[in-house]
Design a protein around this ligand. Structure first.
Ligand code: BG6
Length: 483
């Protein structure tokens, strides 16, 4: 059972309502969060209603079957306080109340979770340090976006470092808290079978896809001017790439894992003036149909009269330039308003070097290892076996399923909050990783700007722009996704 005091700055905002509070409630109901833990939600002004009905609405809106009469919810609500507080004014009375209240229980870690725009990180860190809320038992959690580019990320990291040690600083990427991602590490580094095959001798290419059927989901104000490259590639997709491509760490501790991930980021091939046109696709959805529903295009969703250069889709071909991966393309793609929601890593092995029968040659498919992160956690190995139904020499593809789903599993945010409470940094992103990821992403953005490359349209409900399919087709490959 985990005991902590958690202060969520931006406590009544989108992230808190949609992800953090539902995760904490699930943790409480399943007996993993100690009921003497306390949760403080800071907000600019005092709410109109009591915390109990407010929480009931928040959780119900997220699909929890709760009402204000619910006993469990009442117990949970007793752990939650709403704290009116000006984040930019360290003399605000709310700080004084927070300090006294937090100091009244010295037996637990204090987690400061910054679910606020990065423009306010600096003033909150300064206020925390002014009120001595940065002592050893305090940890600070930074939610993305960590800046807009390398320069702003460096500035944020430097500002935070003035008040909190790196060991107290937890940069969250919720993809690292997903069950199948955890399993990827266990599988790679605990099975000789995989590790021996995990290189350019055997692997043909890797695909990493995060597809969403949703559009902006009420987050348009944040998204415009940010776009898919900064919102998804700089963090989630590059982190997944690192976990696939990294060398076995000497130990499964934070330092060793982060060192290996950093080496991957440093080995990524830079997008050049030539490859920006051939290996990167920038798209934006136009009106279309998703799940039978007619939906607007991006500019209408955003109420923009003119055009917008914000991309809602990106596909990229890149390489990890080291001995293990030389010549193996890594294809990344992510997009909003696609037909389906899924996140998947697909590792495609090479063809067999010789086929002993012409019939086999015709039917043979390369082996594929698929790591599904959502909607379900699932690992699958695609292999060829004899198809007895159709004659002697025929082959068929079957899937060897490794079911890693666990009904009692923790959701990503709960797992990550517990890791912060334990001071375990291994599921968090080091300052240098953030900066190297930005350096690579900045290289793409500067070329988009230089060559004036604007997003190409794809209809909502399609699998992205034609150009993204051509990217693989010209290499004799195709995007993978089968339900
Ligand atoms: C967030 C992005 O980090 O991840 C969102 O800001 C995106 O735009 C979300 O929708 C996707 O997360 P998940 O876990 O639902 O795939």
């Amino acid at each position: 059972m985990h005991l902590f005091d958690l202060v969520i700055y931006g406590g009544t905002g989108d992230l808190s309502r949609k992800k953090l509070l539902p995760a904490l409630y699930a943790g409480f109901v399943s007996g993993r969060v100690d009921p003497v833990s306390r949760i403080f939600l800071t907000t600019r002004s005092a709410p109109d209603e009591d915390v109990l009905p407010w929480l009931a609405d928040v959780l119900a809106a997220n699909g929890d079957d709760v009402s204000a009469d619910d006993q469990k919810l009442q117990q949970f609500a007793a752990m939650v306080s709403i704290v009116p507080l000006s984040l930019t004014d360290k003399e605000d009375d709310g700080w004084k109340w927070l300090v006294e209240t937090l100091q009244s229980c010295a037996d637990r870690p204090i987690i400061h979770f910054l679910a606020i725009p990065p423009s306010v990180f600096t003033s909150v860190c300064a206020a925390l340090s002014h009120h001595q809320l940065n002592t050893d038992r305090c940890r600070i959690v930074l939610e993305k976006p960590l800046g807009h580019d390398l320069a702003s990320a460096r500035e944020i990291n430097a500002d935070v470092a003035c008040h909190f040690d790196e060991s107290q600083t937890f940069r969250i990427d919720h993809y690292l808290g997903k069950e199948a991602v955890q399993n990827l590490l266990a599988l790679r580094f605990s099975n000789i079978l995989f590790e021996r095959l995990w290189n350019n001798q055997t692997i043909d290419h890797v695909q990493i896809s995060i597809a969403e059927d949703l559009g902006l989901a009420g987050r348009g104000g944040y998204y415009e001017g940010v776009g898919a490259l900064r919102d998804m590639v700089q963090n989630h997709l590059l982190q997944l790439l690192c976990l696939v491509a990294m060398e076995p760490p000497a130990r499964m501790d934070a330092e060793s894992i982060r060192e290996e991930k950093l080496k991957v980021l440093k080995s990524l091939s830079n997008i050049t003036n030539e490859t920006i046109k051939t290996d990167v696709v920038r798209g934006q959805y136009s009106a279309g149909t998703v799940a039978g529903q007619q939906v607007d295009g991006y500019c209408e969703d955003m109420n923009l009269d003119g055009n917008s250069n914000t991309e809602t889709y990106v596909a990229i071909k890149t390489f990890v330039e080291n001995w293990r991966w030389a010549g193996v393309p890594f294809y990344l793609r992510t997009g909003k308003r696609l037909p389906d929601r899924f996140a998947e890593i697909m590792i495609q092995f090479k063809d067999v070097p010789h086929s002993s029968s012409p019939d086999w040659q015709y039917h043979n498919r390369p082996n594929r290892f698929i790591i599904r992160l959502q909607p379900v956690d699932h690992l699958a190995l695609r292999m060829m076996v004899k198809n007895s139904a159709e004659g002697q020499a025929d082959l068929k593809e079957v899937e060897l399923n490794l079911d890693v789903s666990d009904p009692n599993r923790l959701g990503p945010y709960l797992r990550l909050i517990f890791a912060v409470a334990e001071g375990d940094q291994s599921l968090f992103v080091h300052r240098e990783e953030v900066e190297y990821a930005w350096r690579w992403v900045d290289g793409i953005i500067s070329k988009w700007d230089y060559f004036n490359i604007t997003p190409v349209e794809y209809p909502a409900g399609s699998w992205g722009p034609y150009e993204a399919h051509d990217l693989l087709r010209s290499d004799g490959r195709a995007w993978f996704h089968e339900k």
